[in-house]
Design a protein around this ligand. Structure first.
Ligand code: SF4
Ligand code: FES
Length: 232
């Protein structure tokens, strides 16, 4: 089948942006990343975008495809149900070049919730034990690949306030706050209960819709809101 691919271009040297159009013969089962790679290899080697694993694991190929944040390596052409494919950088971040954005604000939000294990006190004499039931509580939020699709589809972040730590940070906070072995919840509570924390979330569900790992982010945020109300 033939598709028309419109790719956002931005040149930081001239500060000019435009869409470049490519007409391609593709297989309906091609992924958008395959098409992007073919365009880069065969038509315009100057197009800049991030990708690494090509299998939905590294999170680097997040882009806006026909208006929705997705991983380019996960979306099949046939699933777009359109012969016109418009590709833009994920919104809310400074564009560095073409589809590459500055992820600094995103990672700054993640860092604030201390997205790593903080040992509980007192430390056990041998290993930390955890039941299967306790592990299941945060199983879903271990699946985040930090692609940024959720945070950059959230209007609270994208349009109003980039100090808002955003849904991905809440997913990371959930993963550690509900880990029975972790002892760092006091340190995370203040960040979550801050003016740029949980209460800027208005349960719009954009984040949940955008997540390529199908994490129920809005539910995780609800779990955190309850936790904060009970423990603050
Ligand atoms: S929660 Fe989902 S959308 Fe958000 S950063 Fe993680 S994988 Fe990406
Ligand atoms: S290239 Fe790694 S997630 Fe798409």
């Amino acid at each position: 089948m033939q598709v028309t691919v419109e790719v956002f271009r931005y040149d930081p040297d001239t500060d000019e942006s435009r869409f470049d159009t490519f007409v391609r013969e593709v297989d309906p089962k091609d992924r958008v990343l395959d098409v992007m790679m073919a365009i880069k290899d065969e038509e315009d080697g100057t197009i800049a975008f991030r990708k690494s694993c090509a299998h939905g694991v590294c999170g680097s190929c997040a882009m806006e495809i026909n208006g929705l944040n997705c991983l380019a390596c996960q979306v099949l052409i046939q699933d777009l149900k359109s012969k016109r494919i418009r590709i833009r950088p994920i919104k809310g971040m400074k564009v560095l070049r073409d589809l590459i954005v500055d992820m600094e604000a995103f990672f700054a939000g993640l860092e604030k919730v201390k997205p790593y294990f903080i040992p509980g006190e007192p430390a056990p004499a041998t290993e930390y034990h955890q039941s299967v039931k306790d592990r299941a509580i945060f199983d879903e939020t271990t699946k985040c690949i930090m692609c940024g699709s959720c945070t950059t589809s959230c209007p609270s972040f994208r349009w109003f306030n980039r100090e808002f730590i955003g849904p991905a940070a809440f997913v990371k906070a959930h993963r550690f706050i509900f880990d029975s072995r972790d002892g760092g919840n006091e340190e995370r509570l203040g960040v979550l209960d801050d003016k740029n924390g949980l209460w800027r979330c208005h349960s719009i569900y954009n984040c949940t819709d955008a997540c390529p790992r199908e994490i129920d982010i809005t539910k995780a945020i609800g779990d955190l809101k309850r936790y904060v109300v009970i423990h603050r």
